[in-house]
Design a protein around this ligand. Structure first.
Ligand code: BGC
Length: 363
């Protein structure tokens, strides 16, 4: 099944500007970095697996390709866990010495981690910022240190990125995922209007609103309905910070307050949707019969629920595809490519997941 997903990913890379999936840019052929790594920073990940001296099985020796620092905004995030594991696997498979650090959702801590990596002399950085608003500072730091950097998952402004030509952002077009969520509802038998009162009454459980994914998913999921001429009523919008428990609590409270009025539960991600489902089931409601529920990410837990008919659908946020693309861009930067304004964002497509195609995404 992984092969299927890889094929899907290869078919679906969408690139903005002139940046041909990081194959483009201005290749100065300056080669990769030249340091030897230095001391490892303490991390919550296992030690790099011992690699063969010569890579006799075609696996390059660990560290032979260079040293890479990876900063994740927090390890305790379901989607970013899949993403960071994929990054680590790909990088180690290519012979890089990789250190992955947990920012604990604390930007000051992540800033220190970036500085430590720079002091250690890593060849390149892959950074999932804690706060999008910190991107300008992060970019200034890596530019001053002249470290090729790939930002992931939290998209900075094009203006911030333009400050440094050895910087690329790899992510997805968050508006697309919102649109797909709306379309999942439009594709139901009654276009989301279960009680037939001429409008779709929904609750929105939002991720961290500082993150553009949360903003755009919230906006575009509803816009898909209104663009199709469907009247909507927002019963409540609450921030759940991407978190399963918060998703459950918010949904339970809303169900207690609005009861059968709620026809659709939009969740900005699957972890919150899986939490919401627990609340829906505890309230004796039945997804796809008297309420609809959609998420984003295609986490394993959500795929199981889509298959079982307990979620209306989800949207694949392709962690493996984005990890592969991030590494590709990092290597282009290490090979001397540079990117100008408007060339620095690389997007991987989202994919709608319904009961009809869910098995294609299951391992
Ligand atoms: C994912 C969320 C995740 C967030 C972290 C989003 O793209 O859909 O599940 O929590 O990224 O920044």
């Amino acid at each position: 099944m992984k092969k299927k997903l890889l094929a899907l990913f290869l078919a679906s890379i969408m690139v903005l500007g002139l940046l041909a999936g990081c194959g483009g840019g201005n290749d100065k052929n300056s080669g990769g970095g030249s340091n030897d790594g230095g001391q490892q920073q303490e991390v919550n990940t296992p030690d790099p697996a011992p690699a063969p001296e010569t890579g006799g099985d075609n696996t390059p020796a660990a560290g032979s390709a260079g040293t890479i620092g990876v900063c994740i905004y927090k390890f305790d995030d379901a989607f970013m866990t899949t993403y960071r594991n994929a990054l680590q696997e790909i990088l180690e498979g290519k012979g890089y010495q990789v250190t992955v650090v947990d920012g604990n959702n604390d930007q000051a801590k992540q800033n220190e981690q970036i500085n430590t990596f720079i002091t250690q002399g890593v060849d390149a950085l892959i950074i999932n910022p804690v706060m999008t608003s910190a991107a300008a500072t992060i970019i200034d730091t890596v530019k001053t240190a002249d470290i090729p950097t790939v930002l992931i998952n939290r998209e900075p402004t094009a203006e911030d990125m333009a400050a440094y030509e050895k910087l690329v952002y790899v992510g997805c077009d968050a508006a697309q995922s919102g649109t797909f969520q709306g379309e999942l509802i439009l594709d139901t038998a009654n276009k989301g209007d279960i009680n037939g009162d001429g409008k779709v009454s929904y609750i929105m459980i939002q991720g961290d609103p500082e993150n553009i994914d949360a903003k755009l998913r919230t906006e575009y999921s509803v816009k898909a309905l209104t663009d199709a001429g469907v009247e909507v009523e927002e019963l409540n919008l609450t921030r759940g910070d991407w978190d399963r428990e918060k998703g459950q609590t918010i949904c339970a409270n809303d169900l207690a307050q609005f009861g059968e009025k709620i026809e659709v539960v939009f969740c900005n991600n699957d972890d919150m949707a899986v939490g919401a489902l627990q609340a829906i089931q505890s309230a004796g409601r039945k997804v796809n019969e008297d309420i609809y529920l959609v998420g984003v990410d295609a986490l394993d837990a959500a795929l199981n629920e889509v298959q079982a008919g307990n979620m209306t659908g989800t949207v694949l946020n392709d962690a493996n595809g984005q990890a592969a693309q991030a590494v590709k861009c990092m290597e282009a930067l290490l090979n001397g490519s540079t990117y100008g304004a408007g060339e620095q964002s690389v997007y991987v497509d989202y994919v709608k997941v319904t009961p009809d195609n869910v098995s294609d995404f299951m391992k």
